[in-house]
Design a protein. Sequence first.
Length: 486
Amino acid sequence: MKDKNYFLTKAQENFPELKFSVLAPDITEFSGSNGDSILLDLGQHAVGHFSFAFDRVDVFVDAPVRLVIKFGEDMREINDDFSEYKGVLSKTWLQEEIINLDFPQKVTMPRRYACRYIKITVEKTTRPIRLFDFSFRASTSADVSVLKSANTADALLNKIDCVATSTLKECMQNVFEDGPKRDRRLWIGDLRLEALTNYYTFINLEVVKRCLYLFAAGKCNESGFLPSFVYETPYYHSGATHIEDYALLYVVSVCDYFEHTGDRAVVDDLLGVCKLQLESFSATLDKNLIATKQDGWFAFIDWCPGLECMTALQGVYLYTLERFAELLKAIGDDEYEKYSALIPAVRSASKEHLYDEGKKVFANPSDNGQLSVHSQVWMILGGVITGEEAKRLLFSCLDNENFKQPVTPYMRHYVIEAMLKLGLKDDAVRYLKKFWGGMVELGADTFWEAFIPDELDFSPYNDRMINSLCHAWSCTPSYFIRKYGL
Ligand code: RAM
């Protein structure tokens, strides 16, 4: 296997060029005094740097001026009182600054923000002040000039496609970020879905390649699993979390990349890392070929509270094995037979040990008997259950309150994949419209990290304020609409 420095060098060689545009908000000038505020609207979600100028209105300002500047991805965020935040993630992700200006000047704020709205409040001044020359320098590595419109006659799908491509564009910076407001880093699960959508929209192959190499340079844990996320600013740092489903989906991302590019050199570089992920996973199987629980945070699947993940994780393994075997066949790798022989064996073991024949559902002791859409969907995607039996199973669990339901667009992506695998195109469209259309109806400019239609305050982090409202893994409607001609 190549070493870390080799992978980092390759990542550097594929550094995407950022494209900049300057946005002017709807208001050009404001005069005010203590307690006054102004709300600027950029007219669209943007990621970048904000600047403005400040001067006196008439009388010389003889003391520093204190401004509070708040950036919101939507208006709810602008109206939130951040001092009431009680979430589990650091409140420093909330985009609010207090700045003190000693004298009239042009101010370019040093930090990058993700927002549509900017609220400036004059907290303290001794004399009235004037703020003007508002400007926002936005960045993305997506080239909007290559984006074709989705060929759909359906107005709602068209709107969903526009919001989805904006979501991807905003998350596409030097890497595929998960969310430009938070966590602003490269996660495998997000990368996979962003890359998929990118193949049908902005077709920026450099950024995909770069992200694949950045993970290959990561520090695997003692079991051999890749880090689930990496940082590259201010310097490369390999994340300390090693989620197994993400490690497997890295392999799938390499398979997707090869499918869309035929780029053999990259696959040759990354093949060893991919094999290590599958070998590491198979080392966690028990004698019946069923995945076992590991220590710490070893599986993700979805942010659904209380979700038991083992059956779904087994499905991710099968899904990966199938894709990887196809890749090995395509490149004539010696180990094709070894991996492909595992597929029927693991599938029948999964049916035997994880399926409840009486209840006709995947519910088993490894998940404490819990019923979830997640288990059923991943068993379908893993090919453990097929055809009419699979369709019946899927219909029986969706919208059924006895089953845990997905809470993120990430998991809902895989529900739609399962529907399309079973040829259920109309149901896929209905499901897509219900969840992504639901966000559009609520005025989303970009798609959110988590969304439960009748629980708008839901947050995986115990406070909605910290949720990312432009989240990478929510961009896949454009993939579905464009690939399947929905
Ligand atoms: C969150 C991020 C990211 C996701 C992980 C599992 O912290 O938002 O999108 O991949 O969780």
